[in-house]
Design a protein around this ligand. Structure first.
Ligand code: AFP
Length: 281
């Protein structure tokens, strides 16, 4: 595990340089989900693939940018599922973006996740590492090294509301739930990048991020293995919650296929109770 985490620190620095110095704009290819890939998506995926090839503990990688599982080192204990550059649609407008890694052992589902890491490329480069059974830990890149800043905990509630998806496609009970939070004084904080949006709520100690089922996307948009399950571990270990629209813990989620998506809600305890009250009716 330590080798994988050290490798992710190296990867993060390379991707940070790529974002700052690489070519902007779209390539001519699409990924498995049909999104047209940015040149940065392709290049960051190549960086990660090359780096993990050197790690004997990694038996395979699964990337948001690759259609299939890519076998690596036979006998390796872990499978790493990752989104190399989440926030493709905002990176060329110089908003913060991120990389997300889920480290799985034995099974590719919530129960199999043993650790998760995400990196935020913003005004600073920060990384949050969550090992199952312990609090997430925040690191910041300083002078070429990730320095530990602090453990991260969620309060019982917060003030931020980050509701994803196209509003005209929200279901009525979802709209009511979002509006109920605004009526209580919650403020809108949504950049269109799940990494900085979830990072802000986590570090500020609370709030709700939601990406629901919508009339055009029955299973939501966010991908379980690379995006949702890794963040579920961080939120749950920080003392909050992460559930789907059937109110099941996202750490119990079993994706139907490697690129499967799921509706998702991440928040501190009280906001998750609000979701349950609207979705449990
Ligand atoms: P892109 O990588 O295509 O920009 O998508 C980013 C993302 O997967 C996630 O980071 C955001 O939370 C979500 O999409 C935003 O989607 P909506 O614009 O539909 O709210």
């Amino acid at each position: 595990m330590k080798t994988i985490l050290t490798k992710i620190e190296e990867i993060a620095q390379k991707i940070d340089t790529l974002i700052k110095e690489g070519e902007s704009g779209y390539s001519t290819s699409s990924n498995q989900t049909g999104d047209v890939q940015l040149k940065l998506d392709i290049e960051s995926d190549k960086i990660i693939e090359a780096e993990f090839r050197e790690v004997l503990a990694v038996n395979a990688i699964i990337s948001e940018e690759k259609e299939d599982i890519m076998p690596m080192n036979e006998g390796g204990e872990f499978t790493v599922c990752y989104d190399p550059l989440d926030g493709s649609s905002i990176v060329d407008y110089n908003l913060s973006v991120g990389s997300i890694f889920g480290i799985y052992k034995d099974s590719l589902d919530g129960n199999g996740l043993v650790a998760s890491v995400y990196v935020v490329y913003g005004p600073r480069v920060e990384m949050v590492v969550t090992i199952r059974g312990s609090k997430p830990v925040l690191y910041r890149l300083k002078g070429g090294k990730f320095e530990k800043i602090r453990e991260v905990s969620l309060d019982s509630s917060g003030k931020l509301n980050a509701p994803g998806g196209t509003q005209k496609n929200w279901l009525p009970h979802h709209k009511e739930m979002v509006e109920s939070l605004f009526a209580k004084g919650y403020r809108l904080r949504y950049s269109g990048g799940m990494v900085p949006d979830l990072h802000q709520i986590l570090l500020k100690g609370g709030g709700l991020f939601s990406y629901p089922a919508t009339t055009d996307k029955a299973n939501g948009k966010l991908r379980a293995l690379f995006e949702v399950i890794p963040f579920a571990l961080a939120y749950i270990e920080a003392g909050g919650g992460a559930i789907d629209d059937k109110l099941n813990s996202l750490l119990e989620h079993k994706p139907s296929q490697i690129h499967g998506t799921t509706p998702c809600f991440f928040g501190s305890k009280e906001e998750i109770e609000v979701v349950k009250s609207y979705y449990g009716k």
